[in-house]
Design a binder for this molecule. Structure first.
Ligand SMILES: *Cc1c(COP(=O)(O)O)cnc(C)c1O
Length: 407
């Protein structure tokens, strides 16, 4: 047999495995200090599920226990009750009309953003922000769309630097690209895009026959009015954009697993093939649906109590983001993000490398963050802290940083 050699091109250890390894080594060498470690690194939530979701899950479990209400395989694209709740609450309420056949419920946005490449030719040129959520790059490498790596970059990927000089927003490509991955509010920079800025991308994609793959996993953290909650708030987006959303960061579903992808019927190739049909075929073949219990939990996110409870959880994280942002700013750090996002992106002091800064924070302050370099070459010299820790730990970590850097 022969393997898919594209897998050999990818570095075997993923960013977060590297971090985990470093923290483990430090803990073994410094067992006393290790007790004080505060983790503001990985983008995983920590607050428990909303009571409304738990209640819905209990009820669904009971239904599974009786012959009359037992459910087997779920519909491949999601139960109507959830599709309708998504359509009404996430779209109709924002003036966007969708048919439920345009929404595909899944086990999360990581799978969907990773799998969407299945429906596109390997000949497409991919455009990716730098720094970026690593899934978009790695899945294109695995499928053989990336070319080869030289100087930290893949030869067939078009990189869009998101740096301080352009307010961490990508610039329109200067050469022909076909698939454009955008994520707003952004992981890792925490920066958002305004409706006016996103309109430029929608126009560009429509004019050039490109498709925007829009990851809106952090939509729930948006606070500013001119920031779109869905790309379909932008006129013309239905003919050029696929949108990915997730209950992970919105409602703490990282361990429950549920998200969805929108592929409008109007999104077609030049010769009229609907991408919706291809994604439907792909999902029906390689995916067998999300459990009934999980979909009932996701539905409960949209109930009046669910909405209120989820809002409170988001508020909790938002407060942490503010604590980090303002604390670091007060002691002289150059900081970004936080306003519409659970992430704070900071410039390392004195031009330290991001792994160097990682080691220092761990060694001197027992605070774990994420080195920007792990998200792409332009992340070097930056560092990500997340708001997903507890309020107490977040405050403690910020105090340590303040005390250390104030001297
Ligand atoms: C966390 C995250 C997701 C969500 O992934 P799930 O698989 O739904 O948990 C998607 N995109 C980005 C950029 C993320 O950071």
């Amino acid at each position: 047999m022969k393997i898919n050699e594209n897998f050999l091109k990818i570095e075997s250890s993923y960013l977060f495995s590297n971090i985990a390894k470093k923290v483990k080594e430090y803990s073994l060498a410094n067992p006393e200090k290790a007790k004080d470690i505060i983790r503001l690194g990985i983008g995983d939530v920590t607050r428990p599920l909303a009571p409304a979701c738990i209640e819905a899950m209990h009820k669904a479990v009971d239904e599974m226990s009786k012959g009359e209400t037992f459910r087997g395989y779920p519909p491949e694209y999601g139960y109507d009750f959830l599709l309708e709740a998504i359509r009404d609450n996430d779209y109709k309420s924002r003036g966007v009309e969708l048919d439920i056949s345009e929404i595909f419920v899944s086990d999360g946005a990581k799978s969907d953003t990773g799998n969407i490449g299945d429906i596109f030719s390997l000949q497409n040129k991919v455009a990716i922000c730098d720094p970026v959520y690593p899934v978009y790059v790695d899945t294109n490498v695995m499928s053989g769309r990336s070319g080869d790596k030289a100087d930290g970059k893949w030869s067939n990927i078009y990189y869009m630097p998101c740096i301080a000089e352009n307010k961490f927003l990508p610039q329109l490509p200067k050469e022909k690209v076909d698939l454009i991955y955008l994520c707003f509010p952004n992981n890792p920079t925490g920066m958002a895009i305004t409706k006016a800025e996103l309109k430029k991308w929608v126009d560009y994609a429509n004019e050039n026959g490109a498709v925007i793959l829009y990851d809106a996993a952090y939509e729930a953290f948006i606070t500013e009015d001119d920031v779109p909650h869905t790309i379909y708030e932008i006129e013309g987006a239905k003919t050029c954009a696929v949108e990915f959303k997730s209950f992970s960061k919105t409602a703490g579903f990282t361990g429950v697993r549920c998200g969805y992808t929108v592929v409008p019927h109007e999104l077609k190739t030049a010769d009229g093939t609907e991408l919706n049909k291809l994604w439907a075929r792909r999902q029906a073949t390689k995916f067998n649906g999300v459990s009934y219990i999980t979909q009932r939990a996701a539905e409960a996110v949209y109930s009046p109590q669910g909405k209120q409870q989820v809002r409170e959880i988001i508020e909790y994280y938002r407060h942490n983001a503010k604590t980090i942002y303002e604390g670091l700013k007060a002691c002289g750090f150059e900081v970004y993000g936080a306003k519409n996002s659970p992430y704070v992106w900071l410039k390392t002091p004195e031009n330290m490398g991001s792994w160097e800064f990682f080691d220092m924070l761990l060694d001197k302050l027992q605070v774990v963050g994420t080195p920007g370099e792990g998200f792409g070459p332009n992340g070097e010299g930056y560092f990500r802290l997340t708001a997903f820790g507890s309020k107490e730990n977040t405050e403690k970590a910020v105090e340590r940083i303040k005390n250390y850097f104030a001297k």
